[in-house]
Design a protein around this ligand. Structure first.
Ligand code: NAD
Length: 502
């Protein structure tokens, strides 16, 4: 941990949310001069649109909408012979279910507005996929690329101490996870710091999810968000009736995809879509984009970027200079998987895709969305589309609390049962199966199988909850509003069951 001896630590500022629900005013001030609404204002606008498609009383809707607590911290970290002061946040949007849950973001553009918006989305996301948590989010204003691993570790551990001091982290209180700029590495440091200062807490490791497998993580967490994005697109194109909404034919096989961002969500989304039969024709990153109508091999592009530091100059692909928008090039499905505010009033008129699948949180501004919808382009909304991450985080939390790996108790017993069934059939028919087929049929499920099955079940189930609202509620005109109505219904019910609201 950083020494604070050489210079006094600036006082950590802790701010509870205002009782009158004016949190948005604080975070949004810097955006008042800009034409596009801030991220938080966009989330609020989407919420209001959905709220007006429900019949809940205003007070209940206000309680669901506001951020319950906004914490800001400033803390010093020693770097060489100097100290640097970092600013971070943890926002707990809704305490209707505990613990609260949401990732931690490391980026220079992190602001209170952004963290509040992301925390609010987490509440709606958890409700949509029936994960029994309230929404939260954290972030530190830092460019992780500028610092050594050692400094990032110090920043992470110190931020964790700030969260512990404010009771903002713990298996039953608030459980962070990775987000933009963080990964399993940071989660391992956070778990280790928490366990160190909370000795004897038997469930301590459940204070955070997205950990490495060796540190109490779960198989399939790293790829979970991208896998969920894949399931959401596959379901949206499953059958003529679903596909019709997007003006497409069913199935993935003839579909061309462009992905923005080749980080965790973008890479896995692209990889699963390619494995599912789609052709990845375009990928863009910070340095620019590449486009090949014959298809890009996702793993090859990833390897090329690792080796050369850029996705540009990939074999046979056309380079698209930074600033020229790859997202407006020819495709059927666009997966923005980088950051918020990417599809705006300025590029929405030029988008060629028929479907937008929001891998990132908040990639479409309210103005951008209005234009897209008017043009008949439908959006699979973030709060559903990228909910695979929190779904598998929930499984990890359950695994940590039960202190046993999924599949450990039943796998061999299942295999013995399947073997008895196959043997009986073989004896009855006189036929005998080839060894590889027999092994395949008699295999019991391990952790990865359970995680995948739970994720698929969740993404399919939630898709039809949203589709049902879209089809039956006359006041709902788009899938995002439908997803918010699903979320509002579930959170409202949990308050009403408490008897607080009529
Ligand atoms: P990441 O840091 O792993 O990857 C993001 C990638 O986007 C980086 O490679 C970055 O260089 C690239 N990028 C940034 N700005 C860009 C731009 N303007 N054009 C093209 N590329 C750009 O982050 P991530 O975890 O993949 O998160 C991406 C988004 O998905 C965020 O909005 C995050 O909140 C959301 N999300 C993440 C998870 C998760 O499990 N990691 C879960 C749900 C939602």
């Amino acid at each position: 941990m950083a020494s604070t001896k050489k210079a006094a630590a600036p006082k950590a500022a802790t701010k509870a949310s205002s009782k009158n629900g004016k949190d948005s005013d604080v975070g949004a001030l810097s955006h008042l001069m800009s034409a596009e609404p801030s991220f938080y204002q966009t989330v609020e606008k989407n919420f209001s649109k959905a709220a007006s498609a429900t019949d809940y009383p205003k007070g209940l809707l206000d309680q669901i909408r506001v951020c319950n607590a906004v914490y800001m911290v400033r803390f010093p970290v020693r770097i060489g012979n100097d100290i640097e002061v970092f600013t971070g946040w943890r926002v707990q949007h809704s305490h209707h279910r505990l613990p609260t849950k949401g990732g931690i973001r490391y980026a220079t553009h992190v602001t209170e507005d952004e963290v509040m918006a992301l925390a609010a989305l987490m509440t709606y996301k958890c409700a949509i996929v029936d994960v029994p948590f309230g929404g939260a989010k954290g972030g530190i204003q830092i460019d992780p690329k500028k610092y050594s691993e050692e400094v990032i570790e110090r920043v992470t551990r110190r931020y964790t101490m700030e969260l512990i001091k404010r009771n903002c982290i713990g298996p039953g209180v608030d459980v962070p996870a990775p987000d933009y700029g963080t990964s399993a590495r940071e989660m391992a440091w956070i778990a280790d710091t928490y366990q160190t200062v909370m000795p004897g807490q038997i469930d301590a490791i459940a204070c955070i999810t997205g950990k490495p497998l060796s540190q109490g993580g779960i198989a399939g967490r790293a790829s979970a968000t991208g896998r969920g994005v894949f399931f959401s697109i596959r379901e949206a194109l499953n059958g003529a009736e679903n596909a019709k909404l997007f003006g497409m034919t069913p199935g993935l096989n003839d579909k061309r995809v462009i992905v923005q961002g080749l980080g965790n969500v973008g890479y896995w989304s692209a990889k699963f879509l390619q494995e599912g039969g789609a052709t990845i024709v375009g990928i863009c990153e910070m340095e620019g984009g590449i486009y090949d109508k014959n298809g890009l091999d996702v793993d090859e592009v990833f390897k090329h970027r690792k080796e050369t530091g850029s996705i540009l100059n990939f074999k046979n692909a056309k380079n698209v200079k930074r600033g020229n928008d790859v997202m407006t090039m020819d495709c059927d499905i666009l997966v923005p998987a980088a950051l918020e505010n990417q599809l705006t009033a300025s590029n929405a008129p030029n988008i060629k895709a028929k479907m937008i699948a929001e891998g990132a949180n908040g990639p479409t501004t309210a103005e951008g969305e209005d234009i897209l919808l008017k043009r008949g382009i439908h959006i699979i909304p973030d709060a559903y589309c990228n909910a695979g991450g929190v779904t598998v985080s929930y499984f990890e939390w359950l695994k940590n609390l039960s202190h046993v790996r999924f599949g450990r108790l039943g796998k061999k017993s299942d295999e013995a049962s399947f073997t008895r069934i196959v043997t009986a059939i073989e004896q009855m028919t006189g036929a005998s199966l080839p060894t590889d087929v027999r092994t395949h049929i008699t295999q019991g499920a391990d952790e990865a199988d359970y995680v995948d099955s739970g994720l698929e079940e969740t993404m399919i189930g939630s898709f039809y909850q949203i589709k049902d609202v879209y089809d039956t509620n006359k006041r709902v005109k788009d899938l995002r509003t439908a997803s918010f109505v699903v979320a509002i219904d579930k959170v409202a019910r949990s308050y009403m069951e408490l008897g607080i609201f009529p």
